[in-house]
Design a protein around this ligand. Sequence first.
Ligand code: SAH
Length: 352
Amino acid sequence: MTSERPNLLGMPPAELTELLGGHFEARGQPRYRAAQVREWVFGNTARSFDEMTNLPARERAALAEAFRFQEPETDIVSLSSDGTAKHLWKLHDGEVVESVLIPSGSRLTLCISSQAGCALRCKFCATGWSGFARQLSAAAIVGQYRASVRWARENDRGAVTNVVFMGMGEPLANRKAVMPALSILNGGYGLGARRITVSTVGVIPGIEALARRREQFRLALSLHAPVSELRAELIPLEKRYPLDQLMRALEAFNRKGGRRITFEYTMIRGVNDDPALLAPLAGLARRVQAFVNLIPFNPIPYVDWKPSLRGRVNEFRDGLEDGGVPVAVREPRGRDIDAACGQLRARRQQSA
Ligand code: SAH
């Protein structure tokens, strides 16, 4: 059965070496064959076994029989006037997920998806409203990266410098695939751990699992409200993993050292932008030395909410700064192509 052949794109470096070593040994091939294939995989040059031209045709055919080497297919690429490029990828079962390339100064950040849809139903998030379809495999996660890197190179966008798990889905609710994907991006493709950010709405066991890792991956917490009652109105998961417990998990993460925590705070007019929330927000940020990103809410079709007024966003920024908290205001990018937060897929479902 073809679907059971392991996809080499989803193998962490050590497992890949072992798997290929066993494969070639059983075929009486020299050991260096495994290293050759590894180079084609992580060197990001081949798209199929056929392109692995330093292997004999017979060995390429045997690889294709034993394994898959399969990236998601491009469904649509949308280009924004601000330089943002969004890919909609079609997976082998027809599910679609999206990733976004965001240039900013000398950086090129790739925002990738970890699930098709999302089960957590945050009220402000279009992906949550579109429902959960399925988990992505490590190969489908890494495949978005691999194909995006090549697209960026071929389209003169330069090299991808950073990866953020801020596309569709909750990465820490798919640890089975996200944990190996982190190993592959870091250990296989050589992307520095500090250039990889896992964004979570607060899955405590996942934060603990990340803290146990040796590599210094960055963590973003989608906070959106500094008090539990209000947070629970926006984020159903708050009832399961309440803020006080979440903060304790973040403190433990912080104690590991060398890893930065960011708070994401989407500012929604009249919902979570009361100046009275500034002091508790600053208090939480100081507890874990978090950097705060203030993001004007990006309107979605499902709720009648608006972004906070500019003056209020600036008031939050200044208030946090005065309170000794590092802060930035993030402008939504790629608005003209629905680049934010599951919107293109959601729109597609609506029109389907
Ligand atoms: N599940 C993860 C990652 C996906 S969301 C998480 O929640 O962190 C990536 C970021 O986009 C999160 O900070 C999320 O809160 C934010 N976001 C979602 N919908 C948004 C909207 N309509 N406007 C602005 N930010 C939004």
